[in-house]
Design a protein around this ligand. Structure first.
Ligand code: DON
Length: 323
């Protein structure tokens, strides 16, 4: 590594350490998700952050950045990637690409729109995506395919499915079953409701650390060319489109506010994680389990806001030479 890149790495590490230290003192941390009982057990004081810059590929990690957490809806980015790999553009006959403006688990639009979900990042959309991944496979194999993708992208074979979280979701997943039943009634589900939701719950129950997640997000930050590897299945066009959906739909009915405040594509999960990407520059993961009223990490969002303010990162025009 050159001196210049060492200095850059140190500056970014100092910045992230400072953000983590300041947010650690916050007392208003949001509410941990409790509608999935296993998630309610997570310590709200956890806080982790990791950034992998495209130019160095060297991870900057702070706080609890090496502690695994439930990625929940962040998995929807990876499952969409896998489904597109499997069926390509045909997927868009079964799920749309518009922001919903409704909560992630809402059912109201499904009836008006005849069982075709607004986008792949709300629960209904991700359930259709899970159905596509599962076609011709058992839930176990469809789960292993997703786990394989996450391990490959994270360059880490230790990524795992948290069986306790998956069980907890199965035991309390009436609402997701209702979404799946409704789509089955409209002819937009091929597998059995129980198999499809089992696959979906397993996808959501994948556990990753901020370091693993930020590394995995490099296929987006590098617009399809992971450092040190070539992955023909994830091309630049697809990466750009995934990020467009993250920008418009990644934070549910808070996506507009997030674009306004932070201005880079991201995807949140009710485990308190957020994966965010500054295209061509860096992949970022942050984890703080307390959520705001829309189900997005309260302090995770604050951390990203402070990060982009300090670095000048934004897809709406980058302020040069701030890093
Ligand atoms: O299906 C659910 O409700 C959860 N497994 C995932 C929801 C989620 O992460 C929404 N994100 N903010």
């Amino acid at each position: 590594m050159s001196e210049a890149s060492d200095a850059k790495h140190r500056r970014l590490q100092e910045l992230v350490d400072d953000i983590v230290a300041r947010l650690a003192k916050e007392t208003e941390r949001g509410e941990v998700a409790d509608y999935i009982p296993e998630l309610a057990k997570v310590d709200p004081n956890r806080f982790g952050m990791a950034i992998v810059p495209v130019d160095t590929g060297r991870a900057v990690v702070a706080g609890d950045g090496d502690v695994p957490f439930s990625i929940q809806s962040i998995s929807k980015v990876f499952s969409l990637t896998l489904a597109l790999e499997k069926v390509g553009e045909a997927l868009w006959k079964r799920v749309n690409r518009e922001p919903s403006g409704d909560p992630f688990n809402s059912i109201v639009q499904l009836e008006y729109e005849k069982g075709v979900p607004r986008n792949p990042f709300i629960n209904a959309g991700a359930i259709v995506v899970a159905d596509v991944i599962m076609e011709g496979l058992s839930p176990k194999d469809a789960t292993n395919d997703m786990l394989g993708l996450c391990r490959r992208l994270a360059h880490d074979g230790s990524v795992y499915v948290d069986r306790n979280v998956a069980r907890s979701e199965r035991l309390t997943g009436a609402r997701n079953r209702a979404l799946a039943q409704f789509m089955a009634a409209e002819g937009n589900l091929r597998g059995s409701v129980e198999d499809v939701v089992t696959t979906y719950f397993n996808h959501c129950s994948i556990a990753m650390t901020c370091r693993q997640l930020a590394t995995a997000g490099m296929y987006l930050a590098c617009a399809g060319i992971p450092i040190g590897a070539t992955d023909a299945s994830i091309n630049a066009d697809r990466a750009r489109r995934l990020m467009a959906l993250m920008m418009t739909c990644g934070q549910y009915d808070a996506s507009g506010e997030f674009a306004f405040r932070i201005g880079i594509p991201s995807k949140s999960g009710v485990g308190g994680g957020i994966l965010a990407v500054m295209p061509g520059v860096a992949s970022i993961a942050v984890w703080s389990p307390g959520l705001d009223a829309k189900g997005n990490s309260l302090l995770g969002t604050r951390a990203l806001e402070e990060l982009v303010r300090a670095t000048g990162w934004s897809v709406f025009g980058r302020i040069p030479d701030r890093d």
